[in-house]
Ligand binder design. Structure first.
Ligand code: BES
Ligand code: MN
Ligand code: MN
Length: 480
């Protein structure tokens, strides 16, 4: 074990304090996707900036300008750039995380208030929005910093931090910042960075730690059907006019089959089938159908074959229907014909798919299907945001360091996984800085990111903080 014993002990001894700090972070409802919560996203940036400063990090809040969301102009929360350590003899690790969270309301089905963290001492679960995505992991890094500052220990590497507040809403403004800073060369903020580490995903299951070398990309579409000038009474106008909702639901039904097959012509063809060797990678992972059923809370997997199910998430595209804006969805039985409805759906993409190639299949197909309906309503469809898929070299020394760190902390070898989710900035870092990017998760597969009752287990938070610190020692000790 290369990490000093006193560092590990400090993390154990200060667990209670670290948990209450996570509670403070969860209490700030920094929901980037809700305009009304934007001041809280700013509050969260100030809180995090204060924490970093207290721990000896030199920080700079970068104003990313404004954007328009749902027709409202809003200020973008700042990127927090931080640095600590300037030793040219040490490696420099860039750490990324996001301090914004997904929306949450108790009425969505939470058992507790989503923005009041509840620590269940019996189960070890710390419940609250953002506990695992991504406040817990960010605070893991703070725990590492605090241990070193208090103990008077030198950090084994130079650290650079890049924390953003818009990840859950498309990372607006961040790509431009990374590109313009990188263009400044060694004088820019990212000058001298040797590798990037991101802790913003999850173990496959609840037992086995993993390190992750791939993410799916995403193309998010909104299609709108409009007709009447206002909502109509269905008793008065039903069967007299073309109904937007009928058109929209017909179109949505053409996109994906109940077995998950994407029906938009051309999309499935973009991905070559897995050969025997590739299948073996998924066969070997510690995962079972039971793990999926536990995580989703019902026996509803598309297949009973673990490898097929895992490939569905890691190396196949998927199309999900998310919702219908403008539809009647309240309790009761309102007899309305909605005047304008928007269907939201997205496609997760894997190499070698690109957002452009997907868009070029989806847009003409949807328009052609709409034409077949002979409807007098109007259709528009747009790409709201997209990001390309990412796969990294998992034989890189940074991955080796992460593997050794995992073995040291958890006494077992990590699974090597690809993820079904997306973190758009990952590819920007990899391509713009031209360095290796590693995903080193803290939480478990059943944490419920984006869902109700999101949680992080105490042991994942505490052992995960040790893991992040130990990883830095392994990087520092790597002889490359
Ligand atoms: N932490 C997730 C990314 C993630 C999700 C990793 C699932 C592994 C498994 C991140 O915060 C996230 O939610 N990303 C969004 C990105 C989107 C808004 C472009 C996602 O995947 O939906
Ligand atoms: Mn996240
Ligand atoms: Mn997320």
């Amino acid at each position: 074990m290369v990490a000093p014993q006193e560092f590990l002990k400090f993390i154990d001894d200060n667990a209670t304090k670290f948990i209450s700090r996570l509670g403070e972070a969860v209490a700030i409802p920094s929901v980037s996707g809700d305009g009304a919560r934007r001041p809280d996203v700013f509050k969260m940036s100030a809180w995090l900036d204060g924490q970093l400063k207290q721990l000896g990090v030199t920080t700079k809040l970068v104003d990313l300008g404004k954007h328009v969301m749902d027709g409202q102009e809003l200020p973008l929360p700042p990127a927090i750039l931080g640095r600590i350590g300037e030793d040219p003899a040490k490696k420099t690790v860039l750490i990324y995380g996001h301090y914004d969270v997904q929306p949450a309301e108790k009425s969505d089905g939470w058992n507790t208030e989503p923005f009041t963290m509840v620590f269940n001492e019996k189960t070890g679960e710390m419940l609250g929005r953002g506990s695992t995505d991504d406040k817990g992991p960010i605070l893991g890094w703070l725990n590492v910093l605090e241990a070193h500052k208090t103990l008077g220990l030198a950090l084994p590497v130079n650290l650079r931090f890049c924390f953003e507040g818009m990840e859950e809403s498309g990372s607006e403004g961040l790509d431009d910042l990374i590109k313009s800073e990188t263009a400044k060369g060694n004088d820019g903020f990212f000058g001298g960075v040797d590798c990037v580490c991101i802790s913003d995903n999850y173990w496959l299951n609840t037992r086995t730690p993993c390190i992750t070398y791939g993410l799916r990309g995403l193309v998010y579409f909104k299609m709108t059907v409009s007709g009447p000038a206002r909502d109509l009474h269905s008793g008065v106008f039903g069967r007299m006019v073309h109904e937007p909702m009928t058109d929209l639901v017909t179109l949505l039904s053409k996109l994906v089959a109940p077995d998950g097959t994407i029906l938009v012509p051309g999309v499935e063809d973009m991905v070559p089938p897995a050969d025997f060797d590739e299948k073996e990678i998924y066969d070997k992972l510690d995962y079972s159908i039971q793990d999926v059923e536990d995580a989703v809370g019902a026996p509803i997997t598309l297949s009973n074959d673990k490898t097929t199910v895992l490939m569905g998430r890691m190396r196949m595209p998927s199309l999900s229907l998310h919702g219908i804006e403008g539809a009647f969805y309240s309790p009761g039985a309102k007899t309305v014909i909605p005047a304008c409805v928007s269907g939201k759906f997205s496609i997760r993409i894997v190499p070698p798919m690109t957002p452009k190639a997907v868009e070029d299949c989806v847009l003409p197909f949807v328009k052609a299907e709409f034409a077949k309906l002979n409807s007098k309503n109007k259709l528009t469809i747009e790409n709201l945001h997209d990001g390309r898929p990412w796969v990294a070299d998992h034989k890189h020394w940074s991955y080796e360091a992460a593997r050794r760190a995992t073995e040291a902390v958890y006494q077992r070898s990590p699974d090597l996984t690809r993820e079904g989710g997306s973190i758009p900035v990952t590819l920007t870092f990899a391509e713009t800085l031209n360095v290796n990017v590693l995903l080193l998760p803290m939480g478990r597969g059943d944490d419920g990111a984006h869902s109700t009752n999101e949680k992080l287990d105490r042991s994942n938070f505490i052992e995960g903080s040790k893991l992040l610190g130990t990883y830095l020692y392994e990087v520092g000790a790597a002889t490359v």
